[in-house]
Design a protein around this ligand. Structure first.
Ligand code: SAM
Length: 304
């Protein structure tokens, strides 16, 4: 994995030429940032009610509106925009290793009229957060498991927070599930086998996906105030975008698992994507299932 030097930006001022970590789970990485960006935006749209509940839980603990917020691994800015809207007095610094994501986020901020409350920082959060200190709230959604050594990244986050400041860690248990067992009748149990193959890939590539972040947070000296998990399910009548979300996610899975699953399973997976009768974009038996977890922890008032 190659990382460019960390450096601060204001909107529209990212340095380019950076390669970031790519891995295979369908909500992250996989070589096509366009597809990932679309997937992140659709995820935010489809699960907006859940995110609103998460923001309620955070707002309950901030003791008033936070002034300085950091969105770590901000991606397209799903968290950044939700936080800017929820906390109208706040400024957000969006941090990402990907200049492409930061460019998208900056353009979207301009479109929404929010650019004057946004700064961006192209940085590898695992290597420290240069120039960031005294934050009231750090938000890290579907991000921490990317950062490698949890102790190192949590130490960097702790240093960026003011004493008494909050860290919110949102994670998902990996790949959402979409299909009934007989989705492709010729290959029953297809999704279960895809999931097992992905789990093996993730163990290798993103070993901290699915970790108990409560334990990591406590070890890093945070006081954990909330650990909450929800099983989310979208079923018919599905909201607009659900079929496309499944299509994008399964398409990324197909790319990631090429060569590591049976040819027959790969061919069956492709029939879910090819516009034919099994295509997930127009099935009425699609159910989007995803487990989401949230930890909210505080940097204690005393100590370094
Ligand atoms: C799955 S996306 C999540 C985006 C966003 N937080 C959301 O929930 O929609 C993970 C993001 O983390 C970024 N990322 C990966 N490793 C990183 C690191 N070491 N430091 C900062 N950002 C990183 C990726 O470029 C990507 O934009």
């Amino acid at each position: 994995m190659a990382h460019s030097p960390s450096h601060p930006h204001t909107p529209g001022d990212h340095r380019h030429g950076h390669a970031h970590s790519e891995h295979a789970h369908p909500d992250h990485g996989g070589g096509q940032e366009e597809g990932l960006a679309h997937l992140l935006d659709l995820d935010a749209e489809l699960f907006a009610p859940y995110r609103a509940r998460v923001l309620d839980r955070i707002a309950d603990r901030t003791g008033g509106s936070p002034g300085r917020i950091v969105d770590l691994g901000a991606g397209t800015g799903t968290g950044t925009f939700a936080l800017l809207e929820r906390f109208p007095a706040a400024r957000v610094t969006a941090v990402d290793t990907s200049p492409d994501m930061l460019d998208r986020l900056t353009a979207a901020a301009r479109e929404r009229g929010l650019a004057d409350r946004l700064s961006t920082l192209e940085a590898d959060a695992a290597e420290g957060l240069p120039g960031l200190a005294g934050a009231d709230l750090v938000w890290a959604s579907a991000a921490l498991h990317h950062f490698g050594d949890p102790a190192a990244s949590l130490a960097a986050i702790r240093a960026a927070l003011r004493p008494g400041g909050l860290l919110a860690v949102a994670e998902m248990d990996g790949v959402p599930r979409f299909l009934p067992d007989d989705a492709v009748p010729e290959r029953p149990g297809l999704e279960g086998r895809l999931r097992s193959a992905l789990d093996a890939l993730h163990t290798e590539q993103v070993p901290h996906l699915g970790d108990d972040w409560g334990a990591h947070l406590a070890e890093a000296g945070f006081a954990v105030e909330l650990a909450h998990a929800e099983d989310l399910e979208l079923r018919a009548p599905l909201p607009e975008g659900a079929g496309l979300y499944a299509h994008l996610a399964l398409g990324r899975i197909a790319g990631a698992l090429e060569g590591s699953i049976a040819d027959e399973d790969l061919a069956a997976l492709r029939t879910l994507l090819d516009g034919g009768r099994y295509d997930v974009r127009h099935r009425d038996d699609l159910v989007v299932r995803s487990r989401r977890e949230l930890w909210v922890a505080r940097r204690p008032e005393g100590g370094a």
